[in-house]
Design a protein around this ligand. Structure first.
Ligand SMILES: Cc1ncc(COP(=O)(O)O)c(C=O)c1O
Length: 449
């Protein structure tokens, strides 16, 4: 044994002390910062230190606590969160009702027995059936978005008995091998080829190309089980398809008896001004994937949801697809509370109204300053298109220095997403707009941010 148990105990005790503290001394803060940097460098991945805005300034921003629409770093600097955990924090950070539900559940039972019937799984699934469109009825609860997609792909193949999956170029569905096979970005796929067989990609927004691809695949005996799409591409840079695209996709899927999987891991739970973004387009999917904000911004949980007819295949052997932690009581408690909060606080309407407030103002900034080519989106899922990655990164870094966090890392910043908590206040939006204009102006003029 190369380590001393006493050292393990002493190091873990020190960390547990830090977790338990409400306030840290300057010396303790220095210790946490240096251990964090050292841990990333030596034991996580030093690559992160290159790419993150949090270390691009003359200080390292180490997160410490969060609440409402933002968070505070170890040094007490406050940030308005316009990254929103890429769609996790629709309800804001640590919404009190969600925290209370999780705390209450934790005091009774944390994880499930794996054998007795767990009530929250059943009740959350009933709630999901209530709020999802069309005939969607049965849920399988997962731990993450990628797992929701994995399950959806397996279900589609099992139900149809067909191998083929068609996804969109620029789409994002996760990075485990099955979901990565559907993800449509070369940079994530290339090092892992070959991925799953029988996956193809078509341009997003081009229904005719989809029809031709399915028809050709069927003609050569490679039948298509499902088409998987985000209703609005998130990671792809907030790409809103033409108004009639998803309606056409639905019709094409029906014509070829192909299932339509809609991935609302990022667009779901009110983000775009509808509970689910498909509702903007008036269609219902055969399988719906959830994740991110589904856990109320407090716990990780996802789901894939489908209809009674399709779920038939899952019933004879319910262990055909399973997970140890998926749908555990803590995560279910958070999701149940999260759904209540979305409706209780009118978050769907808030997303629509605030999106209508901010988007035209962003578009005005885009018209004024060439560094920002375009602002687009729906509700509070907004994409800012910059002339290139470098320009976008300089803007993202400038915003960060001014206490506003947006997505955009060194190698992926030409299109920056703005997806704040749906609870963001109008005066916070005004601050974001004011700072953004100042930073975009400076970057357009060639100043270094
Ligand atoms: C649309 C979509 N699907 C799937 C995923 C994967 O989710 P996770 O990172 O929880 O595995 C993401 C994550 O960004 C996503 O945006």
């Amino acid at each position: 044994m190369s380590y001393k148990p006493e050292s393990v105990i002493s190091y873990s005790s020190k960390i547990l002390d830090f977790i338990a503290k409400k306030k840290l001394s300057d010396q303790e803060k220095d210790w946490v910062t240096s251990e964090t940097l050292e841990g990333f460098k030596e034991n996580c991945n030093p690559g992160f230190l290159e790419y993150r805005k949090a270390v691009s300034n003359n200080y390292a921003a180490v997160e410490w606590e969060d609440s409402g629409t933002g968070f505070t770093d170890l040094q007490g600097r406050k940030y308005i969160d316009c990254l929103g955990g890429y769609g996790v924090y629709n309800l804001g950070h640590r919404h009190p009702l969600v925290v209370e539900a999780v705390r209450n559940q934790l005091e009774r039972q944390a994880l499930h027995s794996q054998e007795l019937l767990d009530p929250l799984r059943a009740m959350l699934s009933r709630l999901v059936a209530m709020i999802t469109p069309g005939e969607l009825k049965y849920s399988f609860l997962t731990n993450s978005g990628t797992e929701s997609v994995e399950g959806a792909i397996k279900l589609a193949r099992m139900y149809t008995g067909r191998p083929g999956i068609i996804a969109a170029v620029g789409g994002y569905h996760g990075k485990s091998l099955g979901s990565l096979s559907a993800t449509g970005k070369a940079v994530y796929r290339l090092p892992f080829l070959p991925l799953m067989p029988f996956f193809q990609h078509v341009p997003f927004g081009d229904a005719e190309m989809l029809r031709k691809t399915i028809a050709s695949s069927h003609a050569v005996g490679q039948e298509i089980a499902a088409v998987i799409l985000e209703p609005i591409q998130g990671e792809g840079g907030v790409v809103v398809p033409p108004d009639d695209y998803l309606r056409q996709v639905r019709d094409i899927c029906d014509e070829f008896e192909t299932l339509l999987i809609i991935d609302e891991v990022q667009t779901g739970m009110g983000r775009t001004g509808m509970l689910f973004a498909v509702e903007h387009f008036g269609i219902t999917p055969d399988i719906l994937c959830l994740g991110k904000a589904f856990g109320g911004g407090v716990m990780p949980i996802g789901a894939f949801v489908s209809t009674e007819v399709i779920w038939e295949k899952m019933i004879p052997n319910p262990f055909l697809h399973s997970t140890t932690f998926g749908g555990n009581p803590l995560a279910c408690a958070a999701a149940i509370a999260g759904i209540k909060v979305i409706f209780n606080e009118g978050l769907i309407e808030q997303a629509a109204e605030k999106g209508n407030y901010i988007l035209p103002k962003l578009q005005r900034i885009a018209r004024k300053y060439p560094a920002l080519s375009e602002a687009r989106g729906k509700g509070l899922l907004i994409g800012l298109e910059f002339t290139d990655d470098r320009t976008g990164y300089r803007v993202a870094r400038g915003l960060f220095e001014n206490g506003i966090l947006v997505a955009g890392t060194l190698n992926n910043a030409a299109a920056i997403r703005i997806e704040p908590p749906l609870t963001i206040a109008i005066d916070e939006i005004d601050v974001v707009l004011e700072v953004l204009e100042k930073v975009v102006k400076r970057v357009t003029e060639g100043h270094n941010e």
